[in-house]
Design a protein around this ligand. Structure first.
Ligand code: IDC
Length: 517
């Protein structure tokens, strides 16, 4: 009788908890294509994704029905406990979380040895219960008589898990299956893991600080002398003091063609209109660095130095385009960035953009990420903390793939490129869900035109993008500072690079962009 009553009660409780864990604000934020809206776990998965506590698999999906591994489960719980360690640079990706869990006594050496052989194995439910309760609700206690009676298979539970499992039953985190079984030695699916984690968070008095990003607020601008070394906190670019900072400015056109607009006067002109950022687009193909390295590098260095002189931050951009696979010239790239990072290692103004727009038959996981890992190593050997900007497949639009499988390291950001005549809400939505899962984004190139650099201009859509970026504190550089007869160019054809510019010298795009610095 008691058994039936408590079973009914726990069913009602678990239902109530699931309903409680469904905040309407995120109910329709679909983070993953395989998490079907309306499924029993969708709200829990979406809420954890919105808080940046879970991420998908390398293919951008969540795989709710897959059995969760020890490393995946411990990582989610650790994030919920406010542990923000970055993924490991070498060894197993989850190693920092695993050692945090072990050292805090969430589990013992024999249960998940730190040597890693069980990291990728399914975690059994009784151990998951222990880790969850010790990490998030260490003071919760169950009642042996009433709570053990809720489990028809209590006899199968190992003694060392009694305390945690009963505590979890006492507050409705675990409810058993339709036959009242806890199944202590079975695995649990990724969806079930999300459900129990959400219930544990609801049981806590208050949610712990789970997002290390500073609250979005009025971001500061200003130049290098004011902001010093940049750093990435959570998803936000911050200044040396840790305050959110936003950079706005122009990208050059290809410096092998339009080097006259990367001289001192032109860069000074953009600074005077309020830009605190300049991007030096150093094409690798198209007659750029790879075919004439010395003269193109000289132009790039002069442009960097001219921007520094104006107290601006400056991006040196390895502008791959027709050469779509960054791996094709990885050695040249490493040699170049090694030299540049060595030269500017004490210069807080310089940011390193390692691959403008990977494209063609390449993938994030197979080409771009391995390239980025190499370059991060190369640059970090010289520059301890300079910001490194990483592109993604499909012309730096695949931020969702980067979000699901980011590169290890500090002060890394991911570039997102858009052209207002081509890219709209769908790409903003993609950016938003990448940010929610913890990806820091920097728009190092955008245009008011179509993606071909012409057509338009599309100022209504550009306005939507500008608002989107400013609401989120996203920094940007606009394509491009030159007088070419294409709508994305900021200057009217024939404008001299060596005088101050009035609004009259600017194209429709240029006026709009300069007004928005
Ligand atoms: C465009 C230039 C154009 C040039 C072309 C090919 O505006 O004058 O002929 O490259 O080199 C990008 C690239 C950027 C493109 C730009 C516009 O990063 O190099 O510049 N764009 O097409 N990605 C999306 C658009």
């Amino acid at each position: 009788m008691t058994n039936i009553l408590t079973k009914a009660l726990s069913a009602v409780m678990s239902l109530a908890l699931i309903v409680l864990s469904c905040p309407s604000a995120i109910a329709d934020t679909a983070a993953f294509p395989d998490v079907k809206p309306g499924s029993w776990y969708a709200d829990d998965v979406n809420e954890l994704a919105a808080r940046g506590l879970i991420s998908g698999c390398g293919d951008g999906k969540f795989h709710p029905g897959d059995t969760i591994t020890a490393a995946q489960f411990v990582t989610i719980v650790a994030r919920c406990a406010g542990i923000t360690d970055k993924p490991a640079v070498s060894g197993h990706w989850a190693a920092p979380f695993m050692s945090a869990g072990l050292s805090r006594g969430w589990y013992d050496w024999d249960e998940i040895p730190p040597t890693g052989e069980k990291f990728e194995k399914p975690i059994v439910r009784q151990l998951a219960a222990k880790i969850l309760m010790r990490a998030l609700l260490p003071d919760k206690r169950g009642d042996y008589n009433t709570d053990s009676a809720k489990m028809t298979d209590f006899s199968q539970l190992d003694g060392r898990y009694y305390e945690s499992v009963l505590a979890g039953y006492s507050c409705g985190i675990f409810a058993g299956d339709d036959k009242g079984r806890f199944k202590p030695k079975s695995g649990l699916t990724r969806a079930e893991a999300c459900a129990i984690v959400i219930r544990a968070l609801k049981c806590m008095d208050g949610l712990p600080p789970i997002d290390p990003s500073p609250a979005p607020g009025p971001a500061v601008d200003g130049g290098v002398s004011e902001n010093g070394w940049l750093q990435v906190k959570g998803t936000q670019l911050c200044n040396e003091k840790g305050e959110p900072v936003v950079l706005h400015g122009m990208s050059s056109q290809g410096i092998q063609w339009f080097g006259q607009y990367t001289g001192e006067q032109s860069i000074k002109n953009t600074a005077e209109y309020g830009a605190n950022l300049f991007r030096v687009a150093m094409y690798t193909g198209e007659g750029g660095y790879l075919s004439q390295p010395e003269s193109v590098k000289k132009l790039a260095l002069a442009a960097i130095d001219a921007a520094i002189k104006q107290d601006m931050y400056v991006i040196i951009d390895w502008h791959i385009l027709s050469d779509g696979n960054p791996m094709d010239h990885v050695n040249e790239s490493k040699a170049f960035f090694s030299e540049i990072a060595e030269r500017y290692k004490d210069e807080p103004a310089v940011l390193y953009e390692i691959c403008n727009e990977p494209n063609g038959s390449i993938t994030w996981a197979g080409d771009v990420k391995p390239y980025a890992q190499e370059l991060v190593k190369t640059i970090r050997a010289q520059s301890e903390k300079g910001i490194i900007l990483i592109g993604s497949s499909t012309w730096s639009q695949d931020v969702h793939l980067a979000a699901a499988d980011p590169v290890a390291g500090d002060n890394l950001m991911y570039t997102l490129h858009f052209y207002a005549g081509t890219h709209g809400q769908w790409l903003r939505d993609r950016a938003d869900s990448a940010i929610k899962s913890g990806l820091p984004i920097f728009v190092t190139e955008w245009g008011t035109s179509s993606a071909n650099g012409s057509d338009g201009v599309f100022l209504d859509e550009s306005r939507r993008w500008i608002d989107f970026m400013s609401e989120r504190g996203i920094s940007w550089a606009n394509w491009s500072l030159c007088d070419k007869d294409e709508t994305s160019a900021a200057l009217k054809p024939g404008t001299s690079p060596d005088k101050s510019w009035s609004k009259n010298d600017m194209s429709e795009s240029g006026k709009f962009v300069f007004d928005n610095f």
